[in-house]
Structures are given as structure tokens and as C-alpha cells.
Design a protein around this ligand. Sequence first.
Ligand code: SF4
Length: 234
Amino acid sequence: MEKLDQTIEWLKQAEQAFAPDLVFACSFGAEDVVLFDLIAGHAPLIRIVTLDTGRLPQQTYDLMDACREKYDMHIEVYFPDASDVEEMVREKGLNLFYHSLENRKLCCEIRKVRPLKRALKGAKAWVTGLRREQAASRTEMQPIEDDPAFGIRKFNPLIEWSEKDVWNYIRSNEVPYNKLHDQFYPSIGCAPCTRSVAVGEDPRSGRWWWENEDVVPECGLHANPTSKLSGDQK
Ligand code: SF4
């Protein structure tokens, strides 16, 4: 598979140029378990970090532990700042995200964006599992690009992979994956903001479905003016 060889080449290139100041921000979605497997096998100096928002489904925690057992890789888990969460919940409640877009963005900012900034602090580059075909807004994405949001280089080594490529790789290499995918969850984030979708439905409708359909869902992790990316998966 040429795409696979190219992906491995990009990972090795990233490792050679930037390790140890190189971070893979892993959400444990389908794309990210593929990258986890490839990094463990071919570019193990890439640091693996993940965010525990405090609202993840149990299946995601089970998957993190399955990866910890299968691979000889350290997983750095970043949590939101406790006082930020306490203040937010005290003022707006635990389920604030259902009440307004502003509240939902605040929750994502506190539980995801700020911890990600801490995780990327000092890094010169990061690796993501974004694929071009996931959204129209990703058509201009490049395999290696500047990320002005964080001021570092960004590697998107799965850029040309299709969803079928991802699942073929997972099945043929027995890569651990989130069991919620077997229950028709195409994209998995926090439990209260993720749901299963029906056949033929836009996979992105499984996230923040109560918001205005004209608003492209985004959590801020991949939203920047240059790459025009949005959403998280992570
Ligand atoms: S996805 Fe939902 S629960 Fe998770 S940080 Fe965003 S708003 Fe909060």
C-alpha cells in the first residue's frame, strides 16, 4: 500500500527533524489508533499525549488501557485545570454545553483547548490523524504545514487515507479500537456530546447535534485561519 509507505515516511521524517519536541495528540479515534500503532512500530520517539476532559465515555478509557498494555509506549494524559472547571460548573452547571453555543465553546476551551496548549508547550511540531475527505473544509490541508494557532509545524500523515483504508489497517493489524464504533458511533468525543448516527446520516451529526445545522461544529483544536480545519475527533 503506497499510502501506508508514505505515511511511515512522513512519521520518520517528523521524528528525525523534531523529536523529542514532537507530540502526537491522540484522541483514540479510529485514525488515531492507526497512528498509535504506526508510531509505536516506526517512530517511537514521538511523544504520545491525550486529553482527559473528565467527560469521556468508559469505552475510551478502556481503549487507553488496552493500548497501554499492547504497546511499549508511554501515554501522557493531560487534564483540565481543576479551578477552571470548578468555576465554570459553579457558574453554569455541569451540562452547560446544551444551553448555548457560547457555553459549549467555553466548556471545550476549558476541558480541551487549554490542556492541549499545555500539552504542546515547548513542542516544535505535532502530529494529527486528520484526513482530507473528512470534511469539505479540509480540502486545502497539506501533509506538512504551519499551524499558526500554535506557532509550530503540523504533520497530517493520514491526509490521503479513506475511511476504508483506516478500517482495513485496524482489522488486518489487530489494532485496539473504541468499541463504541461497533455501535454506530463514527466520531467519539465526550460522552454527553457524542451519539450514534443512522445509516446514510452525516457522520458529523454524531457530535453537538443540537446546535444550529448552519454552524460547522468545532471545538477549537483544529480551527485556524490557514488550514480552515474544524472539528476534533480527538
Ligand atoms: S465536547 Fe462537550 S463535554 Fe467535551 S469539552 Fe466540549 S462541550 Fe465539554
